[in-house]
Design a protein around this ligand. Structure first.
Ligand SMILES: [Ca+2]
Ligand SMILES: [Ca+2]
Length: 380
């Protein structure tokens, strides 16, 4: 079954297990690198490393200031050997820990920075309109890591929004020109939802080792490919195929990394999975690219496959298994969710081929989903 893989899916299922994060992500105490924090006043988008202090209780603490014209930030923790990393807390200038389950609202068990990740985890503010990058001093407590970085956006106002997109293509079956129609579909989807994409020329990566790669971002070959991505936009890697799975595409996180050249700075999309006859299905491929980019910028599936888990966005429809799984197979298909979010870019599964032929599409983003994208640190 080809689905749009949500890499944080497994973590999502283990929502309750996240309560065990203290032990599950326990780290040996060691010194952490400390470098000076960059001056955030000079540019509307900055990435800086935050000085941390070993608090002596197994955690590392740090703080950063969101200026009065701050719009959004992505706080990330890194471990170069890909050991597990996470934040214990992240408190806003009012002292509210947005990673605590007792705060309202909170990202407990939602953000990878709360659940923990292998080598990389983050917290995005805002990941829904319920959050905002409040001006003032934010403080965090992190588990052992090699560094904590802050990507901060300020100054520009999110009334009109532009996002830079850098496509790449691997393998020898398809060429950059074969993506023209696909990128046009993708651009149209975002434009319809109030966001202008600046799509750079597709870069061809001909090295044969990148034709078919693992969908795991910590895999050394996948890491070497994704780390080539630009730092000023979202990187789309149209790979010939996956070597270890049959997905349409997958993102490096929800969100992935922004503004840092690393293993999580992009999404993978399989060309083989989108072949129709002797050509690429530009509509479906464009929808998949739009979907994976949505993940990379922080959007969850509106409804997960079993119809029992939903996104944190209040104005997207939910398609509940209890009322919509008409064929009792334990899954909620696009057809079963017609009118309940199946048209959304972030629905978990595409329409069937026959529905697509009948004109069914997934091109809609809700007002609140658009808010998350318009406030994205990587947007302008
Ligand atoms: Ca929702
Ligand atoms: Ca079903």
């Amino acid at each position: 079954m080809k689905i749009k893989l949500n890499l944080c899916h497994a973590a999502f299922i283990l929502l309750t297990a996240s309560l065990l994060i203290g032990s599950g992500c326990s780290k040996k105490e060691s010194s952490s690198s400390a470098t000076s924090t960059a001056d955030n006043s000079t540019s509307p988008f900055t990435v800086s490393e935050i000085t941390q202090t070993n608090s002596g209780d197994g955690y590392f603490t740090g703080s950063f200031v969101v200026p009065s014209d701050g719009i959004s930030f992505l706080l990330s923790t890194h471990k170069d050997n890909n050991a597990s990393v996470a934040f214990y807390s992240l408190s806003d200038p009012d002292g509210t820990d947005i990673l605590s389950s007792s705060s309202t609202p909170n990202l407990n068990g939602v953000a990878s920075g709360s659940l923990g990740g292998s080598g990389y985890a983050n917290v995005l503010v805002p990941q829904s309109p319920s959050f905002s990058a409040k001006a003032g001093t934010w403080t965090f407590k992190a588990y052992n890591n090699d560094r904590v970085k802050l990507a901060l956006r300020s100054r520009s106002t999110p009334t009109s929004t532009t996002i830079v997109v850098q496509p790449y293509i691997t393998g020898t079956t398809w060429a950059a020109g074969d993506l023209t129609a696909t990128l046009s579909v993708m651009s149209g989807i975002y434009s319809t939802n109030g966001i202008t994409l600046t799509i750079n020329s597709t870069i061809t990566i001909s090295d044969s080792q990148y034709a078919a790669i693992s969908g795991t971002f910590t895999d050394s070959t996948t890491s070497a490919l994704v780390s080539q991505g630009v730092t000023e936009g979202v990187n789309l890697f149209f790979i010939e195929d996956y070597s270890d799975s049959e997905h349409l595409g997958n993102a490096a996180g929800i969100p992935g990394s922004m503004g840092i050249a690393n293993s999580w700075n992009g999404v993978l999309i399989s060309l083989t999975a989108h072949v129709s006859g002797s050509t690429l299905d530009a509509q479906l491929l464009g929808e998949t690219a739009a979907h994976e980019m949505g993940h990379q910028l922080g959007l969850f599936h509106t409804t997960e496959k079993w119809g029992t888990e939903f996104d944190i966005i209040s104005d997207t429809a939910e398609c509940a298994k209890s009322s919509r799984d008409n064929n009792d197979d334990g899954l909620v298909s696009a057809e079963e969710c017609d009118g309940y979010g199946a048209n959304n870019v972030m629905f978990w599964r595409p329409w069937t081929t026959s529905s697509q032929s009948a004109g069914k599409k997934q091109e809609t983003l809700s007002s609140h989903q658009q808010h998350v994208l318009k406030y994205s640190p990587i947007a302008k």
